[in-house]
Design a protein around this ligand. Sequence first.
Ligand SMILES: Cc1cc2nc3c(=O)[nH]c(=O)nc-3n(C[C@H](O)[C@H](O)[C@H](O)COP(=O)(O)OP(=O)(O)OC[C@H]3O[C@@H](n4cnc5c(N)ncnc54)[C@H](O)[C@@H]3O)c2cc1C
Length: 317
Amino acid sequence: MRQVIIIGSGPAGYTAAIYAARANFKPLVIASSVEAGGELMNTTEVENFPGFPEGVMGPDLMMKMQEQAEKFGAEVLLDDVVSVELTGDVKRVVTGGGQTFEALTVIFATGSANRKLGLADEDRLSGHGVSWCATCDGFFFRQKTVAIVGGGDSAMEEANFLTRFADKVYVIHRSETLRASKIMQDRALANPKIEFLWNSTIDSLLGDESLTGVTLKNTVTGDTIDVELQGLFIAIGNDPRTQLIHGQLDLAPEGTVAVKGRTSKTNLTGVFAAGDVVDPTYRQAITAAASGTVAALDAEHYLQSLPAEVLAQAENN
Ligand SMILES: Cc1cc2nc3c(=O)[nH]c(=O)nc-3n(C[C@H](O)[C@H](O)[C@H](O)COP(=O)(O)OP(=O)(O)OC[C@H]3O[C@@H](n4cnc5c(N)ncnc54)[C@H](O)[C@@H]3O)c2cc1C
């Protein structure tokens, strides 16, 4: 039996692993078979993670985090968790590779997935003009033309934010009515740098090395037009990865795992959650990392509260 199992290997999972390993709990990180390292593996330059004034490539940052966790004794397994049993004192975690692990604590750090448009070149141009995060990437588009896809509050907020950098921001929306709250709509509609392209969906992305534009299709007439752009921000929603724990962990109204106050404590004793899977608002690498710290410290306090023989039993396996 393990003392700590961490599911997920993004900034939250690896930071939790660094703390748990340095506290001598020899955590097992089940990192995913093909997506180890999390969302930053899909991006290029990260310029807002403290400690890297020249910026750092997303995959390099995640490899460093993994290296740091392993240096202190974390074990990283490249496999997917396919089912969990979290209700008892001993938690069980089953992987796609057919292994079953037992642990006294589980830290759930599976992140969240930004919804994609489903276009052929979306993944190829991710980090090369296509982005899901205005806070992360807006700065790269000074004096450029960009577009945002979506009609909700996040899309309006991001459109307004992007006008701080870009000369022109299109909002591409499939109908003529926005889902966003009135106040967010009014702010975007009044912004002289924002132009709405109503009744429009993106048919294809243009550009070889990086994005140069999009082909739009009018949802009413069926006509297509090309629009020149250097940046496209996709803001059509985000889904916390909670499938594994449905029916076991309580969810917040936003669909994230519910945690108590500023802690990482879920409704189940010994189960903690961290990173984007608990965060409907900030979703940044540094906030996920901070949340991983909280989870490791909460797990540590819980383990220390257990009878010494229970802890020792987990240590010896
Ligand atoms: C393209 C892009 C660029 C970004 N750029 C920046 C930036 O410049 N700066 C910034 O601060 N933030 C940036 N972000 C946001 C940042 O990446 C996230 O906020 C952060 O990665 C969240 O960390 P996390 O650990 O919670 O989750 P994630 O990074 O999503 O990691 C979760 C991990 O859990 C794994 N997992 C899920 N389910 C299972 C399972 N069943 N079994 C095993 N493993 C599982 C996943 O495969 C993944 O490896 C960017 C995001 C994207 C998409």
